[in-house]
Design a binder for this molecule. Structure first.
Ligand SMILES: [Zn+2]
Length: 298
């Protein structure tokens, strides 16, 4: 697989001089399977630049977009994704549904005339929708597994397996504490129940899902200091992210979904602290901090 990051920021796009190193666009990652097929992870503002690149190449496009959940930082770029405006292209959007609201409606609503001049139904490309819960489906010739993670609403994590290689993508996820779960009201009872009913440490639900992946892209929104003021917001601090990668036995971890207040200097510091922690705890996976425009092959 070939991975390239087009947006690595959480919550809201954060352009400006202080974020040029890691990038200011919100969640979007391009993944090419070994057979050349394209799978896109989330449609945050980063998908606009990816769409421009694809449109410039002028090829017919058949792609899947895996949406983790319909918060703005994961869908807001879709109305600016050029290939969706081109007849002959085919885009299949995969994602969760919110109680009583279809996936098609979740995507269409942000293009409601009040918010955007072009309606979803007016796009020239063929747009398909595949709503998922905790499922296993085929995406091209790859296997795609999904799991509900600990983030407000119905939010999915994904695992893509192809040609004996596995990529896990957990964009938004918070450490699960049985104690804290009682204090917050923004969780979906159906999702919380899955964690509550998991035997032993409920965090192992996600860790078991990720286990043995070659690459893990995981929420690393906060520093541990920031996290203490954001418990219940649905995100991880980097020490937890390192723990997940180590316990799941992944080969490579990519920190992802940075808080908008963390500028380049702050993120360099995060990486330094992560390396120190990894040395202390003898973690042996490879560490990568996702940067817009950068990628790798595995
Ligand atoms: Zn997010």
């Amino acid at each position: 697989m070939k991975v390239k990051f087009w947006g690595v920021r959480g919550s809201i796009a954060t352009p400006g001089k202080l974020t040029t190193g890691y990038g200011g666009n919100t969640a979007c990652t391009e993944v090419y399977l070994d057979d050349g097929n394209l799978v896109i992870l989330d449609a945050g503002t980063g998908i606009r630049n990816l769409g421009n690149k694809l449109a410039d190449a002028n090829n017919r496009i058949k792609a899947y977009i895996l949406i983790t959940h319909p918060h703005w930082d994961h869908i807001q770029g879709f109305p600016f994704f050029k290939p969706a405006f081109v007849e002959g292209n085919e885009i299949t959007i995969v994602g969760p549904e919110v109680r009583g609201v279809s996936l098609a409606k979740l995507i269409a609503e942000q293009m409601n005339k009040v918010y955007f001049p072009v309606k979803l139904s007016e796009l020239q490309a063929r747009i398909n929708f595949i709503p998922l819960k905790e499922d296993s489906i085929k995406v091209f010739d790859a296997r795609l597994d999904s799991i509900f993670v600990n983030h407000p609403g119905f939010t999915l994590g994904y695992r893509i397996s192809f040609n004996n290689k596995t990529l896990a993508y957990i964009s938004d996820n918070e450490p699960y504490s049985r104690e804290n779960a009682q204090l917050f009201t923004n969780g979906e009872p159906d999702v919380l129940r899955l964690f509550e009913n998991y035997k032993g440490d409920p965090n192992n639900r996600i860790i078991d899902f990720i286990r043995g992946a070659d690459v893990l892209i995981h929420d690393s929104t906060y520093t541990p200091e920031q996290y203490s003021d954001h418990i219940g917001w649905g995100h991880s601090h980097y020490l937890y992210t390192l723990r997940v990668a180590a316990e799941a036995g992944v080969k490579k971890l990519c920190l992802f979904h940075y808080d908008p207040v963390l500028d380049d200097d702050a993120l360099d510091e995060v990486v330094k602290k992560c390396r120190k922690e990894m040395k202390k705890l003898k973690y042996s996976f490879e560490l990568c901090a996702a940067k817009e425009g950068e990628g790798f092959r595995f």
